[in-house]
Design a protein around this ligand. Sequence first.
Ligand code: GTP
Length: 601
Amino acid sequence: IPIERIRNFSIIAHVDHGKSTLADRLLELTGTIKGGPSQILDKLQVERERGITVKAQSASLLYKHNGEIYLLNLIDTPGHVDFSNEVQRSLSVCQGVILLVDSNDGVQAQTVANFYLAFVNDLVIIPVLNKIDLKNADPQRVTNELKSLFDINPADVLKISAKLGIGVESVLESVVTKLPSPKVDRSANLRALLFDSMYDKYRGALSLIYVQDGCVSLGDSIATFHNKKVYEVKSLSVLRPDEVPVKKLVAGQIGLVGCNMRSPKEAYVGDTIHHTDCTVEPLEGFKSSRPMVFAGVYPTDQSQHINLRNAIEKLTLNDSAVTVDLDTSPALGQGWRLGFLGLLHLEVFTQRLTQEYSAEPIITAPSVTYKIRLKPTKQNVKDKSEVMFVNNPAHFPEQNRIEQTFEPMVIGTIVTPDKYLGPIMSLCMERRGVQRTANNIDNSRVILQYDLPLCEIVLDFHDTLKTISSGYASFDYENNDYIESNLVKLGILLNGTLVDELSHIVHVTKARTIGRQMVLKLKEMIPRQMIHIAIQAVVNGKVMAREDLKAYRKDVTAKLYGGDVTRRMKLLAQQAAGKKKMRMVANVSIPKETFIEVLKK
Ligand code: GTP
């Protein structure tokens, strides 16, 4: 297919506005798939269970327009803010996007964020209103919103129902007529961008590539810039959306390359692939996304260490946004400190570890990265005082060494019907937010901007916002700078022993409330045991809150009167199994979910 008849595009939208459904319809309409299961591109079990897309997936469609066949490369992208790096990456190989908006919900926070992502990348934007079949659909109102917020010409707005297949053809027509073909050169030397990778049991690491220049064939000898290793191309395929083997990929095409990369680390996302016998300029890679939330990940017991290490290695190949550092904890042993883009990202990653690799890790309380300026010591008094970054409460310095503390901020965007304005403003205030702007989108909805501390939004801000607005408000954020902030370490003591795995860095004004919440939650979560347990929250040696858990002998068979031996054995076995999921910390068994649950309200 000649370059002029290639189009690369992506569908971007707020969560649940119908991207995956539209992708299904486009695949059907182009004969790529025949009806059958829905949400074809959501392949992962976690995606199906949660009903959300977490991985961008690609599919190559063939579409006939004016008697000529066009190759349309569609990249389905996830909508949730935690996965915006996937969106960014997909956009880098596209010339245009379909901006999909629910014609009942209207423009939402991530519609705004995604629009600007496409806009600053200079992509052609095809505005599409979905779900016009809904009783409450109001395409006119939403068209006006697009006009007033993004200056989109109402005449350009398509109106469709992805579910019923109404107007879907017009989307394909627009893709063909409005988007430019990619600027690629088939006569030049091979340059291909490695923009995603995944692990295959039999073939090792597979790379998803976009061929920018030249072509690549089976048997070719190729190399990458990053690790400078040489590989032979063993398999090539296009995704329709299942793999279809091909002998050659030419400039403008997207496909999977297998070349016996043994270690997942070799497939470096953002790398340029070239032929070994030619020198070329590397393509612009990706800005690596900065992880925002860190948590310790530990095997349930050390015999699982190697298993967990392999699982983490393979999964990070398919999720390059996760950062991995070794870490040890006195209570939990050898493990890792992993960095994520947000809490949902963390949850999805650990769920995938369990579901796809049968690993059952313990996850510690998540933390953001704080900046701390230490007091000058005698030796360095003349130099500038030392600055350190801390994302693990265990590394928080003693109070008397600290000169200043800083925390990371975000600029949050909230879109909401105005009747929830009151509770939302109180929520933002409670989370130490400062309002920047408030504007009307139309006569019943507002868009707000707030400066908020990152640590206040990572955990449960989004859920709370949804709850107080009956699901109507939406939220998105971008990272901003550090500001000075009075931070302290809230330590948790179990029978007088400090458990750093449960400790937390907090704003000084929150220490007492959070301390109270945590000890109450711990009292609820830790089962009564043979010994009396004192649970305390302390700041600089001062007790903020305390609860006591009375000793209790947990003999599950005590209540049975003699007799039935099998029943007794069964119960004892159950008790043993129950213990397995516990972790001994400071002589106290703690259920393994405690570390993360304790922070949720
Ligand atoms: P994420 O993958 O989480 O980002 O969501 P998505 O944007 O891919 O949304 P998805 O396609 O999963 O659709 C969300 C819900 O909207 C599903 O229940 C769909 O059945 C429904 N839906 C999608 N399109 C239409 C439509 O045209 N009309 C109606 N009534 N419902 C639709």
